[in-house]
Ligand binder design. Structure first.
Ligand SMILES: [Zn+2]
Length: 142
């Protein structure tokens, strides 16, 4: 899952690419006060390598909900689809914010399945986002 040894140069690459935010739900370290975890997009247990193309910053919540999953059920068609891949896909192509800025909306099958699999709109994070929006700290610009 995460927090296995990550060489310093890889950590620097992740910092440059992900800017201390979760690549899935866009939560920032500054808003939570919690350091990002390092997610193996394809888990090590499934032979996912510890290299940049397979690593990303993720908040602890997204990382834990993601677990070892690489696919999830798409709610409209009930088909199994791949989860969002932050190194080969763009967040804006698959997700958007609702008008309030508190809920992530899946725009595609991949986006919808990922929102559900990672529980990206659970009550706790939505309440936190509501506070961040009121302060002008959220949603982050991409
Ligand atoms: Zn997250």
């Amino acid at each position: 899952m995460s927090q296995k040894y990550i060489p310093a140069d890889l950590r620097e690459q992740l910092l440059a690419a992900d800017d201390r935010r979760c690549v899935y739900c866009q939560t920032t370290e500054a808003n939570t006060g919690q350091p990002m975890t390092v997610d193996h997009i394809v888990p090590k247990a499934q032979d996912g390598p510890t290299q940049f193309d397979n690593l990303c910053f993720a908040c602890r919540r997204c990382n834990e909900f993601k677990g070892s999953a690489t696919v999830a059920r798409e709610p409209l068609t009930n088909e199994i689809v791949p989860l969002f891949h932050p190194r080969s896909q763009k967040w804006n192509d698959h997700f958007d914010w609702d008008a309030s800025g508190t809920h992530v909306i899946g725009l595609t099958a991949i986006g919808r399945a990922t929102v559900i699999a990672l529980n990206m709109n659970n009550a706790v994070i939505v309440d936190a986002r509501r506070r961040w929006v009121s302060m002008g700290w959220h949603p982050p610009e991409l």
